[in-house]
Design a binder for this molecule. Structure first.
Ligand code: DO4
Ligand code: MG
Length: 292
């Protein structure tokens, strides 16, 4: 079971989507209101949803025709880095001017007990399905980072999963790791969606296939897949470090790191269509445009 937000008669509406793509309206204004209602009633979120849709008729619309919007207005989006070997190799490559065999502090963070966590985005910088993501004007090596994203409540409980795009400037981060915030945060540099998979309905988050496709002028120029089975860390370990002595807001999103890096010679261009698909969650589609 997944939860989406979409535009209905000009206003955002919340709905549940079954595995058969049947769409049932939900009474709550947003996803975290649904979670809080389930908590108050002492039930799981999927139980609360199932109770809502039992006996109800699905909307008479094709799921594919809905105008989806960001599934949650996350007050903060955090991200984990170098959680997959593929990311470690790519970071070493960009930090050493293109050496394939280099070893740097990225090896250290990959092996360390403490994970790399950084602030990625805020609600105002985060876009959803069908929206544009922006390209920085001062970078010439930009890529999408397709990542499994966790939706958290203020207590650090994982309440759902979605897909995320941690847009990144490889040249800026490679020049100096202290430039990380500039390599990661700018206008519309983060996308999440298209749906939130309820935590109780995804028994094994370590067995998901992520696929990234990039189209330029209608032609596919990148297609790569990987599995969350290659994740070096446990999800609760990442959340544990994020929550430690911290303030978490209801609906915080945590991106769990990229397992897919396009070929080193690839950089995004304005007009590119980026698709990030995660099994059981859906396909997040965005178009890259110039930020200025
Ligand atoms: O160390 C920089 C960030 C790496 C990252 O964003 C990732 O591995 O996904
Ligand atoms: Mg990332």
């Amino acid at each position: 079971m997944r939860v989406i937000r979409f535009m209905k008669d000009g206003v955002p509406a919340l709905a549940a989507v079954t595995d058969e793509n049947k769409v049932y309206p939900l009474p709550d204004p947003d996803f975290m209101a649904l979670v809080r209602r389930a908590d108050r009633e002492g039930e799981g979120v999927s139980e609360a949803v199932n109770r809502n849709i039992a006996g109800a008729s699905p909307l008479n619309v094709e799921f594919a025709s809905l105008q989806l919007i960001v599934p949650i207005e996350a007050p903060e989006v955090w991200a984990a880095g170098v959680t997959y070997e593929r990311s470690k190799e790519a970071r070493n490559y960009e930090a050493t001017g293109g050496r394939m065999d280099a070893s740097t502090f990225y090896d250290k963070v990959y092996d360390a007990e403490r994970p790399e966590l950084f602030m990625k985005s805020t609600a105002a910088r985060t876009v959803g399905p069908g929206d544009n993501v922006c390209l920085r004007s001062d970078s010439s090596w930009q890529v999408p980072e397709p990542e499994l994203a966790l939706v958290l409540d203020s207590g650090g409980r994982i309440v759902g999963y979605t897909a995320g795009n941690d847009m990144s400037c490889r040249d800026i981060e490679g020049e100096n790791p202290l430039y990380l915030p500039q390599a990661k945060i700018w206008r519309q540099s983060c996308s999440i969606g298209p749906a939130i998979r309820l935590v109780e309905t995804l028994p094994d988050p370590y067995n998901l296939t992520l696929t990234c496709r990039i189209y330029r002028d209608g032609a596919k120029v990148v297609e790569e897949s990987a599995s969350t089975g290659q994740l070096k860390r446990r999800l609760d370990e990442l959340v544990g470090y994020l929550a430690k002595d911290n303030v978490l807001f209801d609906g915080t999103v945590l991106l769990t790191g990229t397992c897919i890096v396009p070929p080193n010679q690839f950089t995004l261009a304005a007009g590119d269509r980026i698709e990030i698909e995660i099994t059981g969650i859906g396909t997040l589609v965005n178009t890259a445009i110039a930020a200025s």
